[in-house]
Design a protein. Structure first.
Lengths: 112, 110
């Protein structure tokens, strides 16, 4: 049982480059979210989704795009990476939100 | 807005107790507690719902004061394995949007 899988685990980007962080879950969860974690800032919500075709902004959505074409996948796109986006990114999924959320192992992104 | 956690950090000896507080400026419908060990993903501890229902951990207790918009996590007789960063999260009525606080770092030493 894989749970929530994030790829890649590590990534270095140059300023201005674009990339997609992948997130897939095999638990048939409706709700999925992306968070970024920075020292002293905790986990900040970037975007979230309550089902295929439905996404919404979190607290820090600028510079990031998401889409949800299937229940299983929720990719996060950085269109033009900036050093301020250097962070650890976590994807999470939960079944309807009032139960345990499962997190992926994270992607450590460095933008130089 | 992120919920506010206090204290920011706690150092304990094994066997001592600790309380971690979480407060929100918005009305709370649920409070979610997670623990994260260094270099790992956050792991679920419990959810506290309006009306008193609690889901999750049976060895760690917590309270939820809806009127004061506060929750507290009680760690009693702490063990070395309790070390990590604790996050409280608050969700909207439909639980779709889960927002976490800035975390409380807990270190339990022998």
């Amino acid at each position: 049982n894989a749970g929530v899988t994030q790829t890649p685990k590590f990534q270095v980007l140059k300023t201005g480059q674009s990339m997609t962080l992948q997130c897939a879950q095999d638990m048939n969860h409706e709700y999925m979210s992306w968070y970024r974690q920075d020292p002293g800032m905790g986990l900040r919500l970037i975007h979230y989704s309550v089902g295929a075709g439905i996404t919404d902004q979190g607290e820090v959505p600028n510079g990031y795009n998401v889409s949800r074409s299937t229940t299983e996948d929720f990719p996060l796109r950085l269109l033009s990476a900036a050093p301020s986006q250097t962070s650890v990114y976590f994807c999470a999924s939960t079944n309807q939100g009032d139960t345990e959320a499962f997190f992926g192992q994270g992607t450590r992104l460095t933008v130089v | 807005q992120q919920p506010v956690q206090s204290p920011q950090a706690v150092i304990l000896r094994e066997g001592e107790d600790a309380v971690i507080n979480c407060s929100s400026s918005k009305a709370l419908y649920s409070v979610h507690w997670y623990r994260q060990k260094h270099g790992e993903a956050p792991v679920f501890l419990m959810i506290l719902l309006k009306g008193g229902e609690q889901k999750g951990h049976d060895k760690i207790s917590a309270s939820f004061n809806e009127k004061k918009q506060q929750s507290s996590l009680y760690l009693t007789a702490s063990q070395l394995s309790y070390s990590g960063t604790y996050f409280c999260g608050t969700a909207n009525t439909g639980f779709q949007k889960l927002v976490f606080g800035t975390g409380t770092r807990l270190l339990v030493s022998p």
